[in-house]
Design a binder for this molecule. Structure first.
Ligand code: TRP
Length: 329
């Protein structure tokens, strides 16, 4: 039985990339492991320090988590900001993190490039907070995508360093976990790259039918195959990839055959893809709406999750304080 921790920042609604990359697996693993899933609302402030509607964003992500099948009776689901022990561990870990190693992190360098006017200290210590999120529950596994590997490396390093410096075996070194599958990458609708909220190329779990149709019909393609067996361009391959996740195998094959014999009409492909996306997303969206309408339920889930998460975190913090040498008078 593993202890699993994973978080999602509350900076935007969740999309199909989040779903196939992580969320659908969260629901699958919650029964065999001790799982902690949380909403990284503090982390969201590193890029969005003055959020227009922090509470609304958090509520939406919570509803989306639940709509994707996370069961608050099986897993612990909570808000990062509800567990002050995490911030205490973050402070303590900052003392054994070196500015040099944080500055060298590729994700930090990317952020500096993306937001040169807001290179705040929270951005630099983002991986330290993430390490605290993870080791506060003594996690052994962290289901994250490839983009988070540098952060997980720092987490492992800090866990190791803490153990060495304070002569203990307090923290296991958590491993990235990819469900025994290849890491899936859901492409966006704009012809290249992965689906992402900052890319503006995403289909959201909360998108309605009209929005989905509009987005798919606008997706980038090419001028069509001109010879049988012609290699697919990236934009067209991407549409087929998405189709592979939401359509029947026979449907995908049908359009592949048409591509191969050059009779394909991208308009038809897109219409079919849009309808299959709608069918796929409809039940999730409807559950999101049900959750959002049920404030009392969300409040109860968050309160119970916070209580369970704090119980686990408090144990670790007690041990950590003793190891460092804090003592009551
Ligand atoms: N950095 C992660 C992301 O952007 C979110 C995150 C914060 C996280 N703390 C975490 C993920 C702890 C896993 C474990 O996706």
């Amino acid at each position: 039985m593993d202890i699993v921790v994973s978080g999602i920042r509350s900076t935007g609604n969740l999309h199909l990339g989040n779903y196939f990359g992580a969320l659908r697996n969260f629901a699958r693993m919650q029964h065999e492991n001790r799982c902690f899933f949380f909403i990284a609302d503090y982390h969201s402030l590193t890029t969005h320090p003055i959020p227009a509607d922090l509470h609304g964003n958090v509520k939406h992500v919570l509803a989306e988590y639940l709509a994707c099948g996370i069961d608050p009776l099986a897993a612990t689901i909570y808000l990062q900001s509800d567990v002050p022990e995490v911030t205490e561990l973050y402070l303590l870990l900052n003392m054994i993190s070196y500015t040099g190693e944080l500055e060298r992190t590729t994700t930090f360098k990317d952020k500096v490039r993306n937001q040169p006017d807001n290179v705040n200290a929270g951005l630099l210590t983002y991986p330290v907070l993430m390490a605290a999120d993870i080791i506060i529950h003594k996690a052994t596994r962290v289901p994250v995508g490839k983009d988070q590997q540098p952060h997980l490396e720092i987490t492992r390093k800090l866990a190791r360093r803490f153990n060495t410096l304070y002569k203990s075996e307090c923290f296991p070194e958590p491993e990235a976990y990819n469900f025994g599958e290849k890491l899936v990458k859901i492409p966006g609708l704009d012809g290249s790259g992965k689906m992402g909220k900052s890319e503006g190329n995403a289909v959201y779990l909360a998108d309605d039918e009209k929005t989905i149709r509009k987005k798919v019909m606008r997706a980038v393609t090419d001028s069509g195959p001109s010879a049988p067996g012609q290699k697919m361009s990236e934009p067209v391959r991407n549409l087929f990839t998405i189709m592979g996740f939401v359509s029947q195998p026979g449907t995908v094959q049908h359009f592949k055959d048409q591509y191969d014999d050059c009779t394909i009409r991208y308009g038809d492909l897109k219409k079919q893809l849009a309808e299959d996306l709608i069918i796929f997303i409809r039940p999730i969206r409807s559950r999101i709406e049900d959750m959002l309408a049920n404030e009392a339920y969300l409040a109860r889930v968050a309160a119970e999750g916070a209580e369970k998460a704090r119980a686990s975190a408090a144990q670790t913090i007690k041990e950590v304080r003793e190891l460092i040498g804090f003592k009551p008078f």
